[in-house]
Design a protein around this ligand. Sequence first.
Ligand SMILES: Cc1cc2nc3c(=O)[nH]c(=O)nc-3n(C[C@H](O)[C@H](O)[C@H](O)COP(=O)(O)O)c2cc1C
Length: 251
Amino acid sequence: MQIHGAHGYLVAQFLSPLANRRDDDWGGDPKRRMRFVLEVVRRIRARVSPGFAVGIKLNSADFQRGGFTEDESRGVVAALAQEGLDLIEVSGGSYESPAMMGTAAASTRAREAYFLEYARTVRGLVGDIPLAVTGGFRSRTAMEDAIGDGECDVVGIGRPTATITDAASAILTGRADTLTTHQSRSGMRGVLGRVVDIKALDGILDLGWHTDQLHRISAGLEPDPHRGRLATTVALLRRNGRTPLRPKRGG
Ligand SMILES: Cc1cc2nc3c(=O)[nH]c(=O)nc-3n(C[C@H](O)[C@H](O)[C@H](O)COP(=O)(O)O)c2cc1C
């Protein structure tokens, strides 16, 4: 099982100084903010058999001003490495700032893998625990380099699998050198950026487009790579209401 400690969900909220405004034993400084995740790991470990695999997905940062930083994240990785985990997976961002969808600043997008630079910096902290990196990987070369150079042990693939359901085997067997992606972007620019967070919107639309593909597959249909923005937006509104399209905070 994998604990979701990333993308703005509960564990990530405890870690983030933006979301966690507590001033008791569960918040206030990095050590107290990480108490929740450590307790979650310990309680699960105590209940499962020793051979049961327990992993975690953790944000390298939440990519928001005043939020959870890479330095803090490294502190959490160092602490988690003492807790008998079987996998630590690195990701980043949240629905408000979807870095995991590739919307983060260009400097974090070294090569094609968004969080590989960060992964390098925690390599020495995780000891023998396998390190996984997810986000942006598309070519076999980049995957092989990341593993071959020892930057990570596991490569995660998300969006390509929504249209190429055997993406992992296509790469592993050499049938494909690169996985095609279909990024759905809002196409909004300029003045609209003052009222709407375009990067966040683009990330949400991209997520919605791929979610639609998963719905198609589960209904026995083929993926539809030509699915347009309008259909994606309508499906998104049906599923999530207007929340994803709300105006910028304070904007
Ligand atoms: C449709 C869809 C659903 C996702 N659901 C989850 C999820 O439930 N848990 C999770 O940790 N990440 C989820 N993600 C994020 C992916 O795990 C991954 O971090 C992200 O897609 C970046 O990897 P990629 O560039 O290979 O797509 C989802 C992504 C998409 C597109």
